[in-house]
Ligand binder design. Structure first.
Ligand SMILES: [Zn+2]
Length: 170
C-alpha cells in the first residue's frame, strides 16, 4: 500500500476559499440587479458550477442562488443526481434550498452568513425556518391541508406511475 501526499499547490481549494468565492458572487450580484446571495456546487470530480439569486430579475421566487447553482450543475452535467457534490453558499440555505439539495442528493453543505444575518438584512429565512420547526401558530401564515377526494382518484397519478414500465426512477 502506498500513500502519496500531494504538494499544497496541487490541492483543492478549502471550504473557506469556496465560501469566499460564493460571498464574492453574492456581492457582485447586488450590483447586477440581483439579491445578495451566491452559491457554488462542486461536483464529485471537482467541477465548479455557480449560481446567483435572480428572484426579482427573473420574477421567479424559486431562483435562489443555491437552486440556480444546482440547476446549472445538473444541466451542464446532464443529470438530476449530484451525489458526491458539495454546495457552498454565501448564506445558510433556506428550507427550499435545503430540500432542493436533498432532492439533488448533494453530499454536504457549507454556508457563510447564517439565518439571523439574513433576517437582520430583511429576508424571511428565520420566519420560514419557524414554519417548519415550530408549532401550529408558526404555520398560520400558510395553512396546508388535504381535501376529500376518493381514494382511487387521489392516488391515480401513483397508480399510473407504477403501471408505467419505462419510468425513470428518482
Ligand atoms: Zn433558498
Amino acid at each position: 500500500m502506498t500513500s502519496i501526499s500531494m504538494p499544497a499547490t496541487d490541492s483543492q481549494p478549502t471550504p473557506a476559499e469556496y465560501l469566499s468565492e460564493a460571498v464574492a458572487l453574492a456581492t457582485d450580484n447586488v450590483r447586477n440587479a440581483g439579491g445578495p446571495f451566491g452559491a457554488i456546487v462542486v461536483s464529485a470530480d471537482g467541477r465548479v458550477f455557480e449560481g446567483v439569486n435572480r428572484v426579482t430579475a427573473n420574477l421567479d421566487p424559486s431562483a435562489h442562488a443555491e437552486v440556480t447553482a444546482i440547476r446549472n450543475a445538473c444541466r451542464e452535467l446532464g443529470t438530476f443526481d449530484l451525489t458526491g457534490a458539495t454546495l457552498y453558499t454565501s448564506c445558510e440555505p433556506c428550507p427550499m434550498c435545503l430540500a432542493t439539495s436533498l432532492w439533488a442528493r448533494i453530499d454536504r453543505v457549507y454556508f457563510a452568513a447564517d439565518r439571523h444575518d439574513a433576517a437582520d438584512a430583511g429576508f424571511d429565512d428565520a420566519v420560514f425556518y419557524r414554519y417548519f420547526e415550530g408549532g401550529p401558530d408558526d404555520r398560520a401564515i400558510m395553512p396546508v391541508s388535504s381535501a376529500s377526494l376518493s381514494a382511487d382518484e387521489r392516488v391515480a397519478p401513483f397508480t399510473e406511475w407504477n403501471a408505467t414500465a419505462e419510468r425513470t426512477e428518482y
